[in-house]
Design a protein around this ligand. Structure first.
Ligand code: 13P
Length: 248
């Protein structure tokens, strides 16, 4: 069965309840006929207002992180139960900004992903190499480690989404070329096939992320292994609708 494309936004630490609601109301009619799954992952504090704003639309609301513990003394973290109360469907896990600025490790990524899966929240697990790693020829080695350790003990890998986000392409305006993104994502799929099973790897949705925008989305989405996008800057404006409608 063909993989259904999935375009998700990552608002990062942007927007307010007022500006977010306005954007969702404007986006909703523009993406209503999308042939792909659509989500916006928003700051935790905006989840109640954004789920309300997106009610009755085909825009699912996701979180930007989730903790593995059921509850307890984890100041500043959010639990699966808290997300589920608002019907949150997705949670980004292991974004490179969290890895670089907040000490996220493959081990913590794994714990978060397992907890999300156990709670029927689809983890969008981010992987990707830095510029230094790419230039020193260790991209595949880095991805091997992130996938092996980050996806450890996952029973059904088809229930997760992977976002390949080369760190050097995030927020830099420097997108990976269609060929670079395809080649690396094909490698990720092959690796998932080795870690799990080839048949499962064919079913896993793998997104590209990193300066994806209204102008370059068609070329990226035309690549056989690229099933979607994780969109930062361009998800803060109506350009997001153009990306969602990449096939029109
Ligand atoms: P930009 O699209 O702003 O480069 O961000 C990509 C990203 O980090 C999405 O998670």
């Amino acid at each position: 069965m063909a993989r259904k494309p999935f375009i998700a936004g990552n608002w990062k630490m942007n927007m307010t309840a007022a500006s977010g609601e306005k954007l969702i109301k404007e986006l909703a009619p523009l993406v209503a006929d999308a042939n792909c799954d659509v989500a916006l992952c928003v700051p935790a504090i905006l989840i109640p207002a954004m789920t309300q704003a997106a009610k009755g639309t085909n825009i699912a609301i996701g979180a930007e992180n989730v903790h593995w513990a059921e509850k307890g003394a984890y100041t500043g973290e959010i639990s699966c139960e808290q997300l589920k109360e608002y019907g949150v469907k997705y949670a980004i896990i292991g974004h490179s900004e969290r890895r670089q600025c907040f000490g996220e490790t493959d081990e913590s990524v794994n714990k978060r992903a397992l907890a999300a899966l156990a709670n029927c929240i689809t983890p969008i697990v981010c992987v990707g190499e830095t510029l230094e790693e790419r230039e020193s020829g260790i991209t595949e080695k880095v991805l091997d480690r992130q996938l092996t350790d980050g996806l450890k003990d996952i029973e059904d890998v088809t229930k997760i989404v992977i976002a390949y986000e080369p760190v050097w392409a995030i927020g830099t305006g420097k997108t990976a070329t269609d060929g670079q993104a395809q080649e690396t994502i094909a490698y990720i799929r092959k690796k998932i096939g080795q870690l799990f099973c080839p048949g499962c790897a064919e079913k896993v949705i793998i997104q590209y992320g990193g300066s994806m925008n209204a102008a370059n989305c068609k070329g990226l989405m035309a690549q056989p292994d690229i099933d979607g996008g994780l969109i930062g800057g361009a998800s803060l404006k109506l350009d997001f609708a153009t990306i969602v409608n990449f096939d029109k």
